[in-house]
Design a protein around this ligand. Structure first.
Ligand code: HEC
Length: 246
């Protein structure tokens, strides 16, 4: 009796889980390619973030200086290319947008994005930034397939261009978007740019990963050298013993 009750609860739990999962992702997620040690990609992502996102979103758990150090950006380049406010390198990345203004303009305060890659997942972020389309019924003239009725304008439209919704067809069970007006970047360049941006957000969500990787490589190198030394030492010790046994 108790067993069947447990099984029943499990089944209900699984069912509810699958519904919430399905409700969370109205479209199939596209895959982001994350390379935590690809510094040029992370640098491009940081630049995109500071230019296009930091006006509304903060990265309050990251300091400019830490980002520059981790990504190999000099203090001069940091000040010239990444800090657009009066912030100092030691300050956290705060947005200049006041919460009160944000409420007035968007109805919500744009969330901090430091940990967003952990919360939503990198594939979700990549797909979200691909999924804006023209919708004149929305306040900013855009909607999002993955985040219906999103309150965020499509700030990357100048790069991507304008996508329109293609009605569902029987042979296409997934809603699709097509590019009606191209932007400054080709589709491939835009995919790459978004991937860099998501790579950067994956870094801010787990900045120690970059250090861990270097540390790991250092440890392996040390072990390799140590193994050679130990082998040579062993040969040295056994030489005499081997000589004696003959
Ligand atoms: C003009 C202000 C503005 C800019 C610039 C902006 N956003 Fe947003 N963003 C918003 C608002 C407002 C929301 C909240 C949307 C909602 O809850 O409906 C949001 C939500 C998001 C979310 C969803 C967060 C969640 O899980 O609820 C992500 C991810 C995001 N933005 C990423 C970005 C990225 C990446 C950029 C830069 C390319 C960017 N945003 C630029 C205003 C902005």
């Amino acid at each position: 009796m108790r067993k069947s009750l447990i099984l029943f609860c499990l089944a209900v739990g699984l069912f509810l889980f699958s519904i919430t999962q399905a409700a969370d992702t109205p479209i199939k997620l596209q895959q982001a390619h994350i390379y935590p040690s690809d510094k040029p990609s992370l640098q491009r992502g940081a630049k995109l973030f500071m230019n296009y996102c930091s006006g509304c979103h903060s990265l309050q758990y990251m300091r400019y200086q830490r980002i520059a150090e981790d990504l190999g950006i000099s203090e001069k380049l940091l000040k010239e290319n990444l800090i657009f406010s009066a912030a100092k390198p030691a300050d956290p990345v705060e947005s200049a947008l006041l919460a009160r203004d944000a409420k007035n303009w968007f109805g919500v305060v744009p969330p901090d994005l430091t940990l967003i890659a952990k919360i939503r997942g990198v594939d979700w972020l990549y797909t979200f930034l691909q999924a804006f389309y023209q919708d004149n019924n929305r306040p900013w003239g855009v909607n999002n397939l993955l985040f219906p009725e999103v309150a965020m304008p499509h700030v990357l439209a100048p790069l991507q261009g304008i996508q329109v919704y293609s009605a569902l067809k029987p042979e296409q069970p997934q809603p699709t978007l097509s590019l009606e007006q191209p932007g400054l970047l080709t589709t491939r360049e835009y995919d790459q740019a978004i991937n860099d941006l998501v790579n950067f957000l994956a870094y801010t969500a787990a900045p120690e990963k970059l250090k861990r990787q270097y540390l790991g490589m250092g440890v392996l190198l040390f072990l390799a050298i140590f193994a050679i030394l130990t082998y040579l030492l062993k040969r040295e010790y056994w030489k005499k013993i081997n000589e004696r046994s003959f």
